[in-house]
Design a protein around this ligand. Structure first.
Ligand code: DLL
Length: 433
């Protein structure tokens, strides 16, 4: 793999500023953001007034803990536009979640927000090793999802040649990566695995492709998956994080030279970790739920938004700003099986240690005599289809899960291509209880 460490001179000066400089800027911006939300969004005024806090109570940055949280349900209850802090005529773009469980959550951006967002995705891409003039293949979905257009505007700002292919039609993805000689791909890690399968199906060696960088996000993935994809393509795999309610992709990103967690772009987003039960802030270094306050968003500021994502905050390394560890999972995705808490990423980690199995998997929860039961559906890798090999690898995975995670599961090894694929975020858990 090439050394792609970006030239320090190409970075935004704030990325390598002193911690004092960063926190001075954060304080100023946080005061502005609280005032903006309080003055212009009825929801925030009502919530702040109800507990007797005012934006002027923010005397130091840690006073943010005096303010109330915002949750997804608040966005739903204010559907569609009541969380906006500017008149609708100043909103230049709307994105929304799919709303499979109730009303969609709607987010709005001013021209200024779109510009900041593009700059932050450009910063994230630069941290990943992408440069002006590179060809970027964008397989995140375009549309109301923030992945495609978020990546697109960032790549444009960085000065790249963009292939805006969106998700789906996997054969064509491979043909165009090869014909247009993309050097960066932006895609969910699970869909990258489908692209890898398609390379093999077409008899092409992925290591011969021009791809040098994969910028993977929108769903949890492990360091074991990083190794798998990096080896398969001889490319760097870096993690990009974001959520629509706070902005979209580009809230935090790994640096290609360290790959040690994601630097949060703290000049625009103030992170906290809270204990999800007590809702009290936790010190840096402890695991908990990530909470964000936007510092510059005009269209839809969010104050102390509870992401449900579980991680911890770590000091800066390649950049001054703090890092978040790779997300373990969402608190909503945590499976509690006979008293043990499990995340799908833990299953992924064990699965990737067995080369006779493919990295595709789906967890099914069922009831067996009123007891919860977990089935792990996976596939044999090509060449390992025979009965004995399958039996051996399913038993091995069951043992590894028992030994390392502490739960008994049943592993079902399907034929290659036997586990449902997605073209965006993978569906990791199907609850049939
Ligand atoms: O997934 C934005 C995005 C697009 C991020 C493309 C990165 C790349 P939502 O659809 O609102 O937005 O989903 C946000 O996805 O709260 C996390 O649970 C999860 N997520 C996003 N990035 C990561 C990541 C986009 N790198 C939700 N690792 C978030 C783990 C992630 N989970």
């Amino acid at each position: 793999m090439k050394n792609l460490t970006p030239d320090k001179k190409s970075l935004d000066p704030i990325e390598i500023a002193s911690l004092d400089e960063i926190s001075d800027l954060q304080f100023k911006r946080m005061r502005w953001s609280l005032e903006h939300a309080y003055k212009n969004v009825k929801f925030y005024k009502k919530k702040f007034d109800a507990i007797g806090v005012h934006p002027s109570d923010l005397k130091t940055i840690s006073d943010i803990s005096l303010f109330p949280f915002t949750e997804k349900k608040d966005l739903r209850e204010n559907y569609p536009f009541n969380m906006f802090a500017v008149p609708k005529s100043q909103i230049s773009r709307i994105h929304a979640s799919s709303g499979t469980t109730g009303k969609p959550t709607v987010v709005g951006y001013t021209k200024g927000d779109i510009d900041n967002w593009a700059s932050l995705v450009a910063r994230s891409m630069r941290a990943s090793g992408t440069k002006s003039g590179d060809t970027v293949h964008i397989s995140y979905g375009y549309g109301l999802f923030t992945g495609g257009l978020g990546a697109h505007y960032g790549a444009e700002k960085l000065g790249c040649t963009i292939v805006p292919i969106s998700g789906g039609m996997t054969q064509r993805q491979v043909t165009l990566i090869e014909d247009f000689k993309a050097t960066t791909i932006m895609v969910t890690p699970s869909y990258m695995l489908s692209i890898l399968d398609e390379y093999k199906a077409q008899g092409r060696d992925p290591r011969d492709s021009c791809l040098e960088i994969g910028i993977f996000g929108a769903e949890p993935w492990t360091n074991s998956m990083r190794k798998e994809v990096e080896n398969a393509f001889d490319m760097h795999a870096v993690d990009i994080y974001g959520l629509s309610e706070v902005m979209g992709p580009g809230i935090a990103n790994e640096c290609v030279e360290t790959k040690d967690g994601l630097h949060i772009w703290e000049d625009h987003f103030y992170p906290e970790i809270i204990d999800p039960q007590s809702q009290k802030p936790s010190a840096d270094g402890s695991m908990g739920e990530l909470v964000f306050t936007t510092l510059t968003k005009e269209g839809m500021p969010v104050i102390r938004y509870r992401t449900r994502d579980l991680t911890r905050l770590l000091p800066g390394t390649a950049r001054s700003m703090r890092r978040m560890e790779k997300v373990t999972g969402r608190s909503d995705d945590m499976i509690i099986l006979r008293g043990v808490n499990i995340f799908p990423t833990q299953i992924e980690e064990q699965l990737l240690t067995i080369k006779e199995l493919s990295p595709h998997f789906q967890i099914e929860l069922t009831k067996d005599n009123r007891l919860d039961k977990m089935l792990v559906h996976t596939e044999c890798s090509i060449g390992n289809e025979n009965y004995d090999k399958r039996l051996k690898s399913s038993m091995l995975l069951e043992q590894k899960i028992k030994g390392n995670i502490g739960i008994s599961v049943e592993v079902i090894v399907h034929d290659p291509d036997g586990v449902p694929r997605s073209q965006g975020k993978a569906v990791r858990v199907v609850d049939n209880r």
